[in-house]
Design a protein around this ligand. Structure first.
Ligand SMILES: [Zn+2]
Ligand SMILES: [Zn+2]
Length: 199
């Protein structure tokens, strides 16, 4: 289970640590990683993948093949490929992580933002409409990222690097409340109103 769990960002950071060029891509049957380097280092890299994979991922097997392709000048995330009918497992939704809970109080764009998420947490199964797992194949496809989200999405050192459901108060989905007399849009007010009515 390697999709929707921050696997590609993890591989990117690991490749940077080893100084590898190459690419990683999601395929319907798993994840493919191409790196250029000497065999011993690649072996260590491969062990590192097994030992330090993101907590929500599960690796059934790693298959290493020699290839003579050259010509990469950096390490990148390639476009996803549909390879065959065998489909990799899909991650379940993951409960909000501690760091996102912190952001709910401190990140100016995400104060009380109910759909907060990062590569370690957030919706997966409920938003996935097809594989490989990429934003255009999720319920988030119609929400255009704002500048800040876009910067985070593309920053390899950011916790939201390639977090497909990335969103914030200015660009993501929102809650709203309407009844015959009032309409509310602040999540605090909505929660208060709904709690009051249930009580
Ligand atoms: Zn998180
Ligand atoms: Zn945003």
């Amino acid at each position: 289970m390697v999709q929707g769990v921050g696997f590609r960002p993890f591989i990117c950071r690991l490749a940077a640590k080893y100084g590898f060029v190459g690419e990683v891509d999601n395929r319907t049957d798993g994840v493919s990683v191409i790196v250029q380097g000497d065999l011993k280092t690649i072996d260590r890299f491969s062990n590192d993948i097994l030992q330090n994979a993101p907590p929500a991922s599960q690796i059934k097997s790693i298959e290493i093949k020699l290839t003579y392709f050259t010509g990469y000048d950096s390490f990148m995330i390639a476009g996803s490929k549909t390879i065959d009918k065998q489909v990799t497992e899909i991650s379940p939704d993951i409960a909000v992580c501690q760091e996102c809970l912190g952001d709910l109080e401190n990140d100016p764009e995400r104060i009380d933002y109910p759909f907060i998420n990062c590569t370690n947490c957030g919706p997966r199964f409920t938003i996935i409409e097809g594989l490989p797992y990429d934003r255009p194949k999720t319920a988030m496809k119609s929400f255009r990222m704002c500048g800040k989200c876009n910067t985070e999405y593309n920053d390899i050192l950011n916790r939201r690097f390639h977090a497909q459901p990335i969103a914030c108060n200015s660009c993501g989905p929102v809650y709203s409340y309407k009844d015959s007399v009032k309409s509310l849009s602040s999540i605090k007010q909505i929660l208060e109103e709904v709690s009051r009515r249930i009580a």
